[in-house]
Design a binder for this molecule. Structure first.
Ligand code: BES
Ligand code: MN
Ligand code: ZN
Length: 497
């Protein structure tokens, strides 16, 4: 898709189709009024005949509008004018694209970007516009022997904005495209099955990304991990025939001495549960258990494309979690890189076991802050569903930044408490810490409490993306989240938002 920004009257925009909004009930938006005026009331005539109410999601393609430069007009419902906000804007852009992809329109101009959205500026509309269009047209056929039928003709989309906003909106549009490309990588990796996307494959993809984007990439093998004392990570890898990898990515866009942001992603390429084997139903979805890792790679792709003036480190511990003769047993005690001993009471709580060593490794970068991203707990899916990622942090300012980034990007998170009271749920009779609590209560929080024992030396936040990284059911597939949240967080830190 070719995106652009235009500052032109909607009646004069030369294109195959111009998209204008209609509020409930039948109230033309300002750009729609201009088209209506130029056409001698053609649109209001249509509304009067009752063909369009302006309900959100509705779309009506109109041919033969006189007096304007566009070949067609697409009327899109915006819902109630008083309720027109972030969601209504996104929904309207998505509805426009869905309606247009089955028409012959190649070049379209969308005027929805001119409608004021509370608390958001034109840049936001351009950035979100690119993201929503990309999302709506996305499809995955990487592993189908026959690719989906021909692409829709729709190939160029321009958003209209006032002349004074054009320059910064164009930059925001570029940001949106860069974020979308990062999400593509995340989705592609997430959707790949575990027989292809192994720890070795993930490491190769990281190296490829590093070559393309001029990042530094180092891949540690089992021997290096042993030397570093990553006993917890290695205990998860014991049951697998696939060798584990520890990926270290570095992006240097900031001042030499600026402390880096460290992003850590859970890279379990398949989670059977290990000896604490999972039930069979929907176990295929555990190929997505490397979505945290994939989102770190996606965020790096975006970061490099936007050339942000920041230093960022990406850490990806990656392994399978398999049962096997050499696999870790429930009750086994291992020593983490931090020196703390862990009693592994359930081998299915493996995410925290690989993350804790990565979090200790993070210390060597003297980080400004560390954010880990993980499909950590089924309990998070129960608590927040597919709408919000779970956020827990040991620093309120950092939590606030991430919550804001989530809101601004439409990729939201919701904070859960990480009070010391919950730490009491993690007690082992035999080791420093058990890998699970004795009760299922507050499972998302106790998972984070485990990680918190390894993050005392820096500001840290944890994103539990078990509910948001992929969709189940008919629409099964990776979502590319939380790349929008992570990249908005970085954009804001770089002063580009
Ligand atoms: N990868 C899973 C979490 C998960 C489960 C994500 C279902 C999405 C859907 C994780 O490794 C896991 O198995 N967690 C356990 C933790 C429990 C043993 C404390 C869980 O949530 O059941
Ligand atoms: Mn598990
Ligand atoms: Zn897992």
């Amino acid at each position: 898709m070719e995106f652009s920004i235009k500052s032109v009257g909607p009646d004069k925009a030369r294109c195959d189709c111009i998209v204008v909004g209609v509020f409930e009930s039948r109230k033309l938006s300002a750009p729609a009024q201009m088209v209506d005026k130029a056409s001698g009331g053609y649109l209001s005539g249509i509304l009067r005949r009752g063909d369009m109410e302006g309900r959100s999601g509705a779309a009506l393609l109109v041919h033969g509008t006189p007096g304007i430069a566009a070949g067609r007009v697409l009327l899109v419902g915006l819902g109630k004018e008083t309720e027109f906000g972030e969601k209504a804007y996104r929904d309207a852009v998505a509805a426009s694209v869905r309606a247009l992809k089955d028409t012959g329109s190649k070049n379209v101009v969308i005027t929805l970007s001119e409608l004021p959205v509370a608390k958001r500026n034109t840049d936001w509309q351009a950035r979100q516009g690119a993201l929503v269009v990309h999302e709506t047209l996305y499809r995955s056929d990487q592993l189908k022997s026959k690719k989906d039928k021909a692409k829709p003709p729709l190939s160029a989309i321009a958003f209209t904005v006032a002349g004074k906003d054009a320059k910064s909106a164009a930059a925001a549009l570029d940001q949106g495209e860069a974020i979308a490309r990062g999400m593509d990588l995340t989705r592609e990796l997430g959707n790949l099955p575990a027989n292809i996307c192994t720890p070795t494959y993930l490491a190769q993809q990281a190296q490829k990304l590093a070559r393309e984007c001029k990042l530094k990439c180092e891949v540690l093998d089992r021997a290096r991990m042993e030397k570093l004392g990553m006993g917890s990570l290695l205990s998860v890898a014991r049951g697998s025939h696939q060798p584990p990898r520890f990926i270290v990515l570095q992006y240097h866009g900031g001042k030499a001495k600026a402390k880096p942001v460290v992003l850590v992603g859970k890279g379990i390429t398949f989670d059977t549960g290990g000896i604490s084997l999972k039930p069979g139903a929907e176990m295929d979805e555990m190929k997505y258990d490397m979505s945290g890792a994939a989102s770190v790679l996606g965020a790096f792709r975006t970061l490099a494309a936007m050339k942000l003036p920041l230093n960022v480190v990406g850490l990806i511990p990656t392994t399978e979690n398999m049962p096997g003769g050499a696999a870790t047993r429930p009750g086994d005690i291992v020593t983490s890189m931090s020196g703390q001993t862990i009693e592994i009471l359930n081998t299915d709580a493996e995410g925290r076991l690989i993350l804790c060593d990565a979090l200790t490794y993070a210390e060597r970068f003297d980080p400004d802050c560390v954010v880990d991203v993980a499909t950590l707990t089924g309990a998070c899916v129960i608590a927040l569903g597919a709408v919000a990622s779970g956020l827990m942090a040991n620093h309120d300012g950092l939590a606030e930044e991430l919550l804001e980034a989530g809101q601004a990007s439409g990729d939201r998170a919701w904070q859960l408490p990480l009070w010391d009271d919950y730490q009491e749920m993690l007690k082992s009779n035999f080791a420093d810490i058990p890998n699970i609590s004795g009760s299922r209560a507050a499972g998302t929080i106790t998972g984070a409490c485990f990680l918190a024992r390894f993050t005392k030396k820096y500001r840290w936040a944890h994103l539990d993306i078990a509910g948001t990284a992929w969709r189940s059911g008919k629409e099964k597939g990776s979502t590319g989240r939380p790349v929008p949240l992570l990249t908005h967080f970085l954009l804001k830190r770089a002063g580009k938002l």
